[in-house]
Structure formats: C-alpha cells, structure tokens
Design a protein around this ligand. Structure first.
Ligand SMILES: NC(=O)c1ccc[n+]([C@@H]2O[C@H](COP(=O)([O-])OP(=O)(O)OC[C@H]3O[C@@H](n4cnc5c(N)ncnc54)[C@H](O)[C@@H]3O)[C@@H](O)[C@H]2O)c1
Length: 356
C-alpha cells in the first residue's frame, strides 16, 4: 500500500464522468457550484461530446483527466483530491465482455479494486458510491414467469407488485455480470473489512439525455434514435422482456442523497430503478412512440442474447427507507425529454455517426 498523500481534497471525483450517467451527475454537481474532477479514457464513442459540453457549460468547475482507470498512479492522484467519489467508469456492454472477457475483467474488477486501494490508503476516506448492475442477480433463478399480453410477469403476485429486493441471491451471468459482480462484492467488503464509507447501487435500466445508446447498451436511447431516423430495430427475444426504466435525473438525486447521508447507506447495496410504476416491456415502450413522437417503430426479431432477463423490476424500498428517495419522472415525460435531446444540436454529431 502506498503512503497517504498530503493533497487537500478540493473536488468531487466522477470516474466515467464523460459517459451518459457521469455527465448528468457532473452537470448537476457543477450547477450546484462544486468542482468536479472527471477521470475517463473517452473509450465510449460519442462521450467526448459530453465532456466538451460540460466544459463549455461549466468552465473551470469541470476538470478532466483523460486516462485509464487501470493506471494506478493516475487513480491515486485523483483519489487524493476527492471529497467524494462516484465510480462509474466501466466496460459497460455484455456483448463486448463476451468478445474480450480479460479486458472486461481488468477494467471492471481490477480497476475498481485499484480505486478501492487508493481510497484505503487515505487517512480521511471520502464517501464512495459504486454503480453496479441488476445483472448481478442473473436470470433470477428460482423465479418463474408467464407471458401476460405484451409482457412477462412473475407468477408470484407479491414479487410482481414490489419488484426484486436486495435479498435476491447473487447469480453472476456473462463475463460482464461476473466483473461487475466481483467489483460490487469488493466494494461491500472494503466497507466491511476496512471501514470504507462506501455503498453499492445495483442499477436497472437508466435512460435520458447524453446517452449515446447502441444495440449493445443503452437500449431506450437506441430505440428512440432508430424510430426518429425511420430505421428498423432488431429485438432480441420476443419483445415481451420487462424492465423498470429510470430517468437519469432521478438517479442523480439518489446519488447525491446517498453521498449526503453516507452513514445511512455505507456497507449496503441498493436496488435502484424506476420500480413497478415505471416497468415496461420493450413492445409496450415502442407502442408509446406514435403518441409521443409521431412515429411508429419498424421491428425485426432475433434470438435471445446470453444473460437477458425476461423480467426485471427493482424493489427500491430499502433506498426509500434509508435516504427518502423515490423516482419522480414517469416514462412519457422521460421519453419526451430524451427525444427532444436527441433532436437537438448537442446530440447531432453522434446521432449522425451511429446512423451512418
Ligand atoms: N446505463 C445503464 O442503464 C446502467 C445500468 C446499470 C449499471 N450501469 C453502470 O453505470 C456506469 C455508467 O454507465 P453509463 O451508461 O453512463 O455508460 P457510459 O459508457 O456512457 O459511461 C462509461 C464511461 O466510462 C468510460 N470508461 C470506460 N472504460 C474506461 C477505462 N478503462 N478507464 C477510464 N474510463 C473508462 C467511458 O469512456 C465512458 O465515458 C457503468 O459502470 C455501468 O456499468 C449503467
């Protein structure tokens, strides 16, 4: 372990801060007058636009270190300056993890462990929120589903009404599930074993402005972009898969509440998503398009993808109990706001690149 640096903490560290969620978080923090340090290697296509937008909007409040999470010296220097840490940098796609499991593991598990070591080395440890995923619960073994119209539902009505809580057994599926799940467990264990003030958010499907969604990750933005461009969408599976979608600004609210009330959340994992009120199947979401944006989706179908859950809805009651958080933005409003952003000049270059 390296010696604790003597740097005075002067900013909030957001790893992956140029990405979709990180950019929205950095924007909120800077809007509140806080200095933000972004550590991001800009490996996700399009995110350099997010960084340029943040810097143009907030000037010196946004500082960027363009580097890899696996660079221990850079991570230590960034952590030394952090008043709080939101750890979002990751290899984010299940499909990419299947192509290159070693790289996926090195970034998601190894990178997170390096970050935890840098926090452990500090005498005054800052709050740390880690962005895990509902994929740590795999395909929800032991729960059976039935098709009900255009959606799958669990047979157990209480589960259908409340969603999946944190008592659900872990079951890592796919290299991405394993690497994020390992990181999730390391964060919880560093809280337990070394006393780090750290919490884990197991997040469901997040959507909103600044999301450069593709077929591999960020499906809500991907669907909207395709429909707006009049291009076909390939559905893997039968389109009845259910997700509880959460608008990114609601997630940012939860991040900030968790940081503020870190003693109420430290050492725990929280399922975070739109919850039962914002659960939708892929078909049901697409059915909203004509009404919301005046266009209908053109659909194609292909085989289910590995690790794809037929139904996943978060039970967010633990989060509500600890920090008083509840999602506020409904699906219609969220989709309308995302569609507006996708049609704006901010999104234009990336939208063009993906469409071409
Ligand atoms: N978007 C969702 O629905 C969702 C759901 C569950 C969990 N998550 C998690 O939330 C976090 C943020 O997701 P997002 O949707 O904003 O993804 P994103 O791809 O938009 O953002 C991730 C950022 O990390 C950066 N990055 C990737 N590898 C890096 C590396 N080795 N070093 C430094 N930076 C690197 C990318 O350039 C990108 O800017 C991720 O950890 C993801 O696993 C997201």
């Amino acid at each position: 372990m390296t010696a604790a640096p003597s740097t005075v903490p002067d900013c909030v560290l957001v790893t992956g801060g140029a990405g979709f969620i990180g950019c929205n978080l950095a924007h909120r923090l800077a809007t509140q007058g806080r200095r933000v340090l972004i550590l991001d290697n800009l490996s996700r296509a399009g995110v350099e636009q997010n960084l340029a937008w943040l810097q143009a909007t907030h000037g010196e409040r946004i500082e960027a270190v363009v580097a890899d999470l696996r660079d221990r010296a850079v991570v230590e220097a960034c952590v030394a300056r952090a008043q709080a840490i939101f750890h979002l940098a990751a290899q984010v796609a299940v499909t990419t993890s299947l192509d290159d499991p070693l790289a996926d593991f090195a970034v998601n598990a190894g990178g997170t462990l390096g970050l935890l070591e840098a926090v452990r080395a500090r005498a005054d440890r800052p709050p740390l929120i880690f962005t895990s995923t509902n994929k740590v619960y795999g395909k929800l073994p032991g729960i059976s589903f039935v098709a009900d119209g255009e959606r799958y539902v669990p047979r157990a009505s209480l589960l259908a009404a409340r969603g999946v809580n944190e008592g659900q057994p872990l079951d890592f599926v796919s290299p991405y599930g394993c690497s994020k799940g390992a990181a999730d467990q390391y964060v919880l264990d560093y809280a337990r074993t070394f006393g780090l003030p750290a919490a884990v958010f197991r997040m469901s499907c997040i959507y909103g402005p600044h999301q450069f969604g593709t077929e591999d990750q960020g499906w809500v933005a991907h669907f909207l972009k395709r429909v707006l461009a009049g291009e076909p969408i390939t559905l893997y599976g039968d389109g009845r898969q259910v997700r509880d979608v959460l608008f990114v600004e609601d997630l940012v609210d939860a991040f900030l509440l968790a940081e503020e009330r870190i003693d109420a959340v430290r050492g725990e994992a929280f399922n975070i998503g739109g919850g039962p009120a914002n659960a939708t199947s892929l078909h049901e979401l697409l059915d909203r398009m004509p009404r919301l944006i005046g266009r209908k989706a053109v659909l194609r179908y292909d085989e289910w993808r590995p690790g794809d859950q037929p139904w996943y809805v978060s039970d967010t009651q633990r989060c509500t109990a600890r920090i008083g958080w509840r999602p506020r933005v409904g699906i219609d409003e969220g989709l309308t706001r995302l569609a507006r952003w996708l049609g704006s000049a901010e999104a234009a270059p990336a939208a063009h690149r993906i469409a071409s």
